[in-house]
Ligand binder design. Structure first.
Ligand SMILES: Nc1ncnc2c1ncn2[C@@H]1O[C@H](COP(=O)(O)OP(=O)(O)OP(=O)(O)O)[C@@H](O)[C@H]1O
Length: 266
């Protein structure tokens, strides 16, 4: 395969606290992988560690046609934060071109930014100040900024959490088509399991600080898995169109992990 991201025995400690350990998996060209798991499972930490933004042990190897790629081939888009900027949407997206920009804005640059705005369906916002946009619109702008930089690996931290239904689909479709069209890799933290299953080639389910399952959505999203990982009773069904539907029924008692049946006296 042309491009591969290989994570080998990755671990992250914050002081004495082991957040992630023994994480190994690999992703191939064209894949969108959704990272899922409970709150505080370490999903953000995993993306940051891959991007080199969190202290880690273990290896992150990105290779294309046998050649190692530099860290700059990986783009990390954090969860949406406040934007204090007077830049317009067009200018903000253009900044994604980084070192490819010179003092004069060439037609080629306009073209690339225009195309990206169009793909994200935000052309009509081009001249507005980013600061004046809604949370969801800002998310689309930052995704566009990441796309235009043409990363080989795109790491998206909860890209859909601030978005309405329509924009959730636009963003997930944009991530999927970016990966498949450019033969690159996208990893996205996604809490919505139906959205994740619909758009992802594979799900990476984190639990207890490590990879619990890394497989197709159909294989990962089973009632048994959901009860263990999320401590919920849930039904998993399929629509007539073949899509997976996860229906959470009720929370189960939190598993303390301290069951010692041997010690139970009858
Ligand atoms: N810089 C840090 N220093 C110490 N602990 C940290 C730091 N960053 C994260 N943690 C801890 O690491 C654990 C994992 O956090 P992380 O943000 O990766 O979880 P998450 O799965 O992305 O959570 P959520 O779904 O709630 O966004 C948490 O217990 C958090 O408190």
């Amino acid at each position: 395969m042309a491009l591969t991201l290989t994570i080998d025995n990755l671990g992250v400690d914050f002081g004495p606290k082991k957040i992630l350990h023994d994480i190994s998996f690999s992703v191939g060209a064209g894949e969108l992988v959704s990272v899922t798991g409970r709150n505080a499972a370490g999903k953000t930490t995993l993306l940051k560690a891959i991007a080199g933004l969190a202290p880690r042990v273990g290896n992150v190897v990105l290779k294309e046609n046998g050649e190692l790629l530099p860290k700059s081939a990986i783009a990390y888009l954090p969860q949406l934060t406040q934007v204090a900027s007077r830049l317009s949407v067009f200018e903000m997206v253009m900044l994604g071109l980084g070192r490819r920009l010179s003092w004069r804005v060439t037609p080629d640059v306009f073209e690339q930014v225009d195309q990206t705005l169009h793909a994200m369906q935000i052309s009509h916002l081009a001249d507005l100040p980013v600061a004046s946009l809604s949370g969801g619109q800002k998310q689309l702008v930052f995704m566009a900024q990441a796309f235009v930089s043409r990363p080989r690996v795109l790491l998206l931290d909860e890209p859909t959490s601030a978005l309405d239904l329509r924009h959730q689909l636009i963003v997930m479709e944009a991530a999927r088509s970016y990966a498949s069209r450019t033969g690159s890799i996208a990893l996205a933290v996604v809490h919505d399991l139906m959205l994740a299953s619909r758009f992802s080639t594979r799900l990476l389910m984190l639990a207890d600080g490590t990879v619990r399952r890394y497989d197709t959505p159909e294989r990962v999203l089973t009632p048994d898995e959901l009860s263990v990982v999320y401590r919920v009773e849930a039904a998993v069904e399929r629509t007539s169109g073949g899509r997976l539907v996860v229906i959470p029924e009720k929370p189960l008692d939190v598993d303390t992990g301290h069951h010692h049946p041997d010690h139970v006296h009858s």
